[in-house]
Design a protein. Structure first.
Length: 369
């Protein structure tokens, strides 16, 4: 959600001062369009694909960024991404940095109205592109966007820039917030109207922004389009809803915030890694060809796989949750093949198998009220 200070800035503008209408234009790539293919996820099951390591970075950016002029914010962007790249090189030598997510409202100007605070993409595009090219990574750069053309429109947006510095697409926040007692959405921003999924070279990326957390439609839409990672630029450090959506849809979520907490949420709905200090960066490696396996005695909480495959297998097992997330470190042996060697399948497949046994034993599904 939006901080009280930011709401005061946004809601100070008069609704009559802003002309609303039409849909946002610019570099948006809708689901199904170039760079953002929609439809079914890859035909091969996730756990049967070779390992797909992705190195992601995020930050607890600090509330002070919102008071900085535009040039200082761009400098801060460079500093953060530089630091994330150094951390990646230190902790994951030889693995390229893939994705960096910055907090909501990161690129804007200080001020009391959208006319003052918003930025046209062409004003900053060259600078953002240079940062992405310097580190050969994708950047999710949130900004208060002054849309091109007329009528006058503003968006709370996140610009996705590719490794080559080109704009891959833009997500415009579908659910901007209005303070209680006010009918103005974030000072007069235009709500977005779709939930694109972007085809990156490491996998399929969706984006949600802050107050989108309170509405399940976007998270559902991204899952239906096969999103594997969801970037969550936010002004709120909340953890319960990101955990819920990650678990429900079995994708990773990478949050970036100005305060308290930025994290990588696993498809088990648990926090894989987190940063909690203002200014702290976080770098984490994930694998998109994972398998989720519930407790079975033969699994030995993952130790049976370790004994059989050694360092060729990796996992986080959570004893209190009676399950874990597993991945392969061997390009020749998918994690599905590894767990099958123990006579096991992923949790969902096993749950469905047992449901069929239950229905067969009782002569049909249980009665529902």
């Amino acid at each position: 959600m939006i901080t009280t200070r930011f709401l005061r800035q946004f809601l100070a503008v008069s609704a009559a001062a802003i002309v609303l209408g039409g849909m946002a234009t610019g570099a948006e790539l809708p689901a199904g369009g170039p760079g953002a293919p929609a439809g079914d996820a890859p035909a091969m099951a996730r756990q049967d694909r070779p390992p797909r390591k992705v190195l992601v970075g995020t930050v607890v950016g600090g509330n002070g960024v919102t008071a900085l002029p535009l040039e200082k914010r761009l400098q801060r962007m460079d500093e953060i991404v530089d630091e994330i790249a150094r951390r990646a090189d230190r902790d994951f030598a030889g693995k390229p940095l893939d994705l960096v997510v910055l907090p909501e409202f990161f690129i804007a100007r200080p001020g009391d109205s959208l006319t003052a605070t918003t930025v046209r993409l062409e004003e900053v595009q060259a600078r953002i592109a240079a940062c992405a090219r310097r580190h050969r990574c994708y950047l999710v750069v949130p900004m208060l966007l002054h849309e091109a053309g007329m009528p006058l429109r503003y968006s709370n947006a996140a610009v996705l820039v590719g490794r080559d510095g080109q704009v891959v697409g833009i997500y415009r926040k579908v659910h901007p917030v209005a303070a209680q007692g006010s009918d103005i959405l974030e000072g007069g921003t235009m709500p977005g109207h779709e939930f694109p999924v972007f085809a990156c070279d490491f996998g399929r990326l969706g984006i949600q922004i802050c107050f989108d957390l309170l509405y399940p439609d976007g998270w559902d839409a991204l899952a239906r389009q096969g999103a594997e990672i969801v970037a969550l630029p936010s002004a709120s450090p909340e953890t319960v809803r990101p955990s819920l959506y990650a678990y429900q849809h079995q994708y990773y979520i990478v949050s970036a915030t100005p305060r308290d907490h930025a994290a990588v949420y696993s498809p088990l709905g648990l926090i894989d890694a987190e940063a909690t200090r203002e200014g702290a960066v976080l770098v984490e490696q994930i694998d998109l060809s994972f398998a989720l396996v519930h407790w079975e005695a033969v699994l030995q909480e993952g130790e049976a796989l370790r004994q059989r495959f050694g360092d060729r297998v990796g996992y986080h097992y959570y004893r209190g949750e009676d399950g874990g997330i597993f991945w392969s470190n061997d390009p020749k042996t998918p994690i599905g093949q590894m767990i099958a060697s123990l006579g096991l399948t992923e949790s969902d497949a096993n749950v469905e198998r047992i449901r069929r046994l239950q229905d067969a034993a009782r002569g049909g599904p249980p009665a529902r009220p």
